[in-house]
Design a protein around this ligand. Structure first.
Ligand code: COA
Length: 372
């Protein structure tokens, strides 16, 4: 059996940001437009008026201060409220492959590797921009990689599930070097017209390079990983390839974008994740107090505070559980990898940490790593 080591990470950060103040200003303009256009129906009680959003609520409910996006103008246009992305020809790289490539190249550079050294690419993300050919195979081609590539989608847990899949293949010897890449253009599936969730998501791409330990590698040994799923409708998006076959399927329906029962998600996912992590640590023979750091999924500050306390059995010290969500918002599968990429340089040989992501499915994935 080989051992699997994370030798590089990369984070592609889009150039445009939207602050909470900008977001709220645009949402409120949209709400005013909607209310004016539907004044008669609202007065008759047939349509509910849209309430204004608030900067104070967003910060208090989520801890998010801003988010990065691929297209700010389209999102903030009160007459549109979703990104405007250029139509690309089939002969040029798709936008997911393009941002994924940037993150992959950063990860390769960190480990002084080249695209041709790679023999597995997993594109693990919440959404794919087309049905086929796989985005991962396009990335494989752009990298000049060999071997094989495939897409996988486990929503917010896609990165940790991808790391487990790649690490298992490296351990058994079927693969030598793998890139797990998470291009998340969440602005495409977020419902920016719904004040309950319009502040939640941001765009990014992350990449994780995993190699065999025997190849004279440095980085983070993957000591163990655990994945779990449990079906729930509380985070759901009904968009899919059968859309046009259904009555009203191509209409502008609310359920064709991200939907969640936020309170239920909070109540149900938190105990599931805490139990999962504690059981995983126990099975691996690692005590919570042995962990120097938790790199958690970045959905919500209160969620992370809760998990930190449950896992460590006390309030985490500053730096033990770094958040990046104030800058990036929830970037779906990429969040825990951004936290890991930006907050792991100070680890000394022997230090242990835990990467953990969770979300729709429900799903949860955890990875115990040791600096070598
Ligand atoms: N501005 C102002 N008020 C808002 C608002 C906004 N943008 N959005 C909602 N509100 C109002 C609600 O209408 C509600 O008013 P009411 O009490 O009069 O009914 C009140 O604020 C509380 O709303 P609620 O949705 O219950 O807020 P919350 O405290 O549950 O926070 C989330 C919302 C989404 C941050 C929270 O539920 C959460 O963290 N959920 C899970 C985490 C997550 O985001 N998961 C994503 C996938 S992993």
């Amino acid at each position: 059996m080989q051992q699997a080591v994370i030798t590089g990470t990369g984070v592609f950060t889009p150039p445009q940001t939207i602050t909470n103040a900008e977001l709220v200003e645009s949402f409120n303009a949209y709400a005013d437009l909607f209310n004016a256009e539907n004044a008669a129906a609202i007065a008759a009680g047939d349509v509910a008026a849209k309430d204004h959003s608030s900067v104070e609520f967003i910060l208090k409910a989520s801890g998010i201060e801003q988010r990065y996006v691929m297209d700010k103008d389209g999102v903030l246009d009160p007459a549109r409220m979703y990104p405007r992305l250029r139509q690309r020809s089939d002969d040029e790289p798709g936008i997911m492959a393009e941002i994924a490539l940037d993150a992959c190249n950063q990860a390769l550079e960190m480990a002084s590797r080249k695209g041709e050294d790679i023999d597995l690419v997993i594109c693990a993300a919440s959404n794919m921009e087309r049905a086929y050919p796989a985005i991962a195979i396009e990335i494989q081609k752009l990298l000049g990689a060999g071997g094989f590539a495939f897409d996988m989608n486990v929503a917010c847990s896609s990165a940790t599930f991808g790391i487990q899949a790649a690490a298992d293949m490296i351990r058994t010897g079927s693969v030598r070097r793998a890139l797990v890449v998470n291009p998340e253009i969440t602005s495409g599936h977020l419902e920016w017209r719904d004040r309950d969730c319009h502040f939640i998501f941001g765009d990014v791409a992350t990449a994780t390079l995993i190699e065999r330990r025997e190849d004279d590698t440095q980085g983070f040994l993957i000591r163990s990983s655990r994945c779990a799923t449990e079906f729930s409708n509380n985070i759901r998006n009904n968009n899919g390839f059968l859309r046009r076959t259904r009555p009203d399927g191509v209409a502008d329906r609310r359920d064709m974008q991200f939907m969640q029962e936020g309170r239920k998600v909070f109540k149900e996912v938190m105990p599931m994740v805490a139990q999962h992590v504690l059981a995983h640590l126990a099975e691996t023979g690692v005590k919570p107090e042995d962990l120097r750091r938790l790199w958690l999924h970045q959905a919500n500050k209160t969620m992370n505070d809760f998990l930190g306390r449950k896992v460590l059995g006390r309030d985490p010290e500053p730096g033990e559980q770094p958040n990046i969500l104030q800058d990036y918002a929830n970037t779906s599968s990429a969040g825990s990898i951004i936290a890991f990429a930006k907050h792991s340089n100070d680890f000394a040989p022997g230090d242990l940490g835990l990467i953990c992501s969770f979300g729709a499915g429900y799903s949860v994935g955890s990875v115990v790593v040791e600096r070598i």
